[in-house]
Design a protein around this ligand. Structure first.
Ligand SMILES: O=P(O)(O)OC[C@H]1O[C@H](O)[C@H](O)[C@@H](O)[C@@H]1O
Length: 543
């Protein structure tokens, strides 16, 4: 059964939400606290070691209830069922969406064909491979063990693995992991500079094995190897992860060295598959399985928990509330750990490639806003960069603050300062600072009344800026798996509500197509018609 096809703005719940918004949008978060003494109990969910507090939002209980009704009215529950049961909910590509099958023990089938064995067999192969590389059994052409692993891929074949590898740095083994993604030759050059071909292993990750950037980078790295070794021995240094075995073979990678990807796993959701081989190489296979286990726990929560107590659903509904009623354009992700430096770039692809769509599931242009702009940086650095705008700017930027109770390294004093900032920022964003308080402070500093009058407006914080607080005990492979699966499901829920297809990405094709034409212009002097502006610019580049 396809996903239901409901314009969200035509639902009863949307009507209700519009009325609630009109009646309540002038109420501050602080007023909501005054109106509801149990707000901190009502607006939080504890699941495993995940503490999710959403009390600091411009949201009354009534608005929250209506948002849950919206999820109900667009048949979210049956959409979740459809996804997990392998129905082709990626309709424009006629594919199921089953990255969740990579982390479940339940039986999963597509058209009566069970997938579990495929998944398990691949995991066994991955585990054996990783073990060999880790313990030095896998040798380079000159008989030396591998010291460096290079992931060559782009988009989903890079961002997820790279983000996780970086996030789990604390758990790394002796292997050094590198990522080459950009077709910019400087990226390859800088990476190869410090590598020894004798001890380097490349994992070429490309679901299609036709991606221009990845093939260009992989060919350059292959040539680098061929300067030092023979064609036959290259097998010691190249493995591939792909759904296109033929193309990977053509590139020169033997079938024994190819790990499968499947069309029922979208690129940006593929880190749980063999696309995560670089993760497993960096931390070992067991921690990789713990990552999957964390994600699987979040899957269970998402599937079985009531909508009103369901963390990804609540996150998604809050996003819709701000995007469609408060007209917020973006949302910030602020992890208070340097390990999650790559979380925002990863979520940009996961979210913006999924929900950056303007055509609904009827094939009609939508007349409401869809995908938000996702951005962010770790705290406290972000505080010294863009928090000025979040505190006093004219834009409403709802933010997720992600923190951990315990640090991974020994510097507890640092962690206390970090977390003090974490709590203080959400407090400041919500409470702001009133004119009266500012005036008092300036008076105490000895300023005269004229000076106080002049300075006060600049020092006032309006507050009322919403945040979610997400706290785990510790950054572990398991908690990381939960966190990432939580955002995956948030994205899915929003796509269902906005009545768009979240799992295709046609919008990336046009640029690729035109780049091929431009390249032809560079190389073959064959003139292709461009618009005047582009022609002039190409001419400038060529001459
Ligand atoms: O894995 P590949 O087939 O090389 O694709 C790599 C990436 O390129 C595409 O253009 C898409 O935008 C991404 O969703 C995808 O992850």
């Amino acid at each position: 059964m396809p996903l239901s096809n409901i314009n969200p703005t035509q639902t009863k719940a949307w009507q209700k939400l519009t009325e609630i918004y009109q009646a309540e949008n002038q109420q501050s978060i602080l007023q909501h606290f005054q109106n509801d003494k149990h707000r901190t109990d009502n607006f939080y969910v504890q699941f495993e070691d995940l503490h999710f507090d959403f009390s600091k939002n411009r949201l009354s209980q009534k608005a929250f209830d209506a948002l849950v009704e919206l999820a109900d009215e667009v048949n979210l529950k049956s959409a979740i069922k459809a996804q997990y049961s392998g129905e082709p909910i990626n309709q424009t590509e006629n594919r199921p969406v089953l990255h969740t099958a990579l982390r479940t023990k339940d039986e999963v089938k597509i058209d009566e064909e069970p997938l579990n064995k495929l998944v398990e067999d691949t995991k066994v192969r991955m585990s054996e491979f990783v073990q060999k590389v880790e313990n030095g059994q896998w040798k380079g052409f000159s008989g030396k063990p591998i010291t460096d692993v290079v992931n060559i891929g782009i988009g989903g074949s890079d961002l997820g693995p790279q983000m996780i590898v970086e996030a789990l740095s604390f758990y790394h083994n002796h292997l050094k992991t590198h990522f080459i993604s950009n077709v910019d030759g400087d990226h390859v050059a800088e990476t190869l500079k410090n590598l020894n071909p004798e001890t380097t292993l490349c994992i070429v990750v490309s679901k299609s094995f036709t991606t221009q950037e990845t093939l260009t980078n992989a060919s350059t790295v292959r040539s680098w190897f061929l300067k030092h070794t023979t064609k036959n021995q290259i097998q010691h240094h190249f493995v591939a992860v792909s759904a296109n075995i033929v193309k990977a073979n053509e590139f020169g990678i033997s079938s024994d060295n190819i790990f499968p990807m499947w069309d029922w796993v979208g690129g940006r959701f593929s880190l749980w598959s063999a696309a995560g081989l670089s993760i497993a190489c960096a931390v070992g296979f067991k921690p990789f399985e713990e990552l999957l286990h964390g994600a699987q726990q979040m899957d269970e929560h998402f599937q079985s928990e009531d909508l009103s107590n369901n963390i990804p659903v609540i996150l998604a509904l809050l996003g819709v509330w701000y995007n469609n009623f408060y007209n917020a354009e973006s949302e910030a992700i602020i992890p208070y750990t340097q390990y999650l430096e790559k979380l925002a770039p990863y979520l940009q692809q996961a979210s913006m490639e999924s929900n950056g769509k303007g055509i609904d599931r009827n094939g009609q242009p939508v007349d409401y806003q869809t995908g938000t702009i996702v951005w962010g940086e770790p705290g406290t650095n972000a505080q010294h960069a863009f928090f000025q705008l979040m505190h006093q700017g004219t834009k409403l930027i709802p933010a997720d603050f992600i923190g951990f109770k315990k640090p991974l390294n020994q510097y507890q004093d640092h962690h206390d300062i970090l977390m003090a900032n974490f709590f203080a920022q959400t407090e400041a964003l919500m409470n702001g600072k009133s004119e009266a308080v500012v005036k008092d402070e300036l008076k105490n500093q000895g300023l005269n009344s004229e000076q106080i009058q002049t300075l006060t407006p600049f020092k006032v914080f309006s507050g009322n800026r919403p945040t979610n607080t997400i706290i785990f005990d510790k950054l572990t492979p398991k908690s990381l798996g939960m966190l990432i699966a939580m955002y995956e499901h948030k994205i899915f829920v929003q796509g269902v509500i906005w009545n768009i297809f979240s799992y295709d990405q046609w919008g990336v094709e046009l640029g690729k197509q035109l780049a091929k034409n431009v390249l032809k212009d560079f190389k073959e002097k064959e003139i292709i018609t461009h618009d005047l502006s582009t022609s002039k610019l190409i001419d400038y580049y060529k001459n």
